[in-house]
Design a protein around this ligand. Structure first.
Ligand SMILES: C[S@@+](CC[C@H](N)C(=O)[O-])C[C@H]1O[C@@H](n2cnc3c(N)ncnc32)[C@H](O)[C@@H]1O
Length: 239
């Protein structure tokens, strides 16, 4: 049946971690190409959400920055912000640095190699700590959330957005849409399939936030396919 052939049914009911969560070589190339084409759909809603954050001069950290699209876009939108992107992939960091130069914001955007679960920064070094499409890479998500809190100042805020592990039929529709309508390549489909299998459900995201030191963090669904965690005074919450 043609409709059923659109539905991928390989997304498991329980979380399956990715074999290689750090995107190097071909994966970095494929991911960057995907962001170049589909930033309007994948990343722009996240930076638009951050436009509501009050503060002219913020020190911002982007955990798992990938090819640097988020920090570069934040720096372009907020001339008083300085943004640091951290990732474990050297190939991604190279792409981020190049993007910052090409977009004319290299003076306010820097990149550092480091782990999301052991950030190479002092306590309270940033006012705003963000992360996009990374939490599913982390075996114990509360460890990354605790690190985000540690490097965030007491008056600051944390905003983490990620995709959700969806019911099989819904994941199938997403995968079918990405393949047939958006035209994802086979490597891009493989990355997306692995990410969906490793993602947290909304309940699992709430439980992870509760296990972390994020205080009365708010965890909400976004567009039916993602979730967003906001915490700290910058988002009107207490730690
Ligand atoms: C799906 S990409 C998201 C990139 C970017 N945040 C975006 O939204 O375009 C996930 C990124 O997290 C990085 N990553 C995975 N595990 C990591 C870890 N433990 N510490 C730091 N970065 C990690 C990968 O190398 C990859 O660049």
């Amino acid at each position: 049946m043609p409709t059923l052939s659109l539905l991928e049914t390989r997304i498991p009911a329980t979380r399956v971690l990715e074999p290689a969560p750090v995107h190097e070589n071909r994966e970095a190339v494929e991911y960057d190409a995907m962001i170049e084409r589909f930033a309007w759909l994948l990343n722009r809603p996240f930076v638009a959400m951050l436009d509501r954050v009050q503060g002219e001069h913020l020190r911002v950290l982007d955990i798992g920055t990938g090819p640097g699209w988020v920090p570069v876009e934040l720096a372009k939108r907020h001339p008083g912000w300085t943004v640091t992107g951290v990732d474990l992939s050297d190939d991604m960091l190279t792409r981020g640095r190049r993007r910052a130069v090409d977009e004319g914001v290299a003076k306010r955007v820097r990149f550092a190699r480091g782990s999301a679960t052991e950030l190479p920064f002092e306590d309270g070094a940033f006012d705003l700590v963000v992360s996009h499409f990374v939490l599913h890479h982390i075996p114990k998500p509360e460890v990354m959330l605790a690190e985000a809190r540690r490097v965030c100042s007491n008056n600051g805020g944390v905003c983490v957005k990620d995709l959700r592990r969806l019911p099989r039929w819904r994941a199938g529709l997403q995968l079918g849409f990405s393949k047939r309508v958006l035209g994802y390549s086979e490597p891009q489909m493989a990355m997306y399939r692995e990410s969906l299998a490793a993602a947290l459900t909304l309940d699992e995201a709430r439980a992870a936030a509760e296990r972390s030191p994020l205080g009365d963090a708010k965890v909400r669904g976004f567009r039916g396919i993602d979730f967003v965690v906001t915490a700290g005074p910058l988002f009107g919450r207490s730690w």
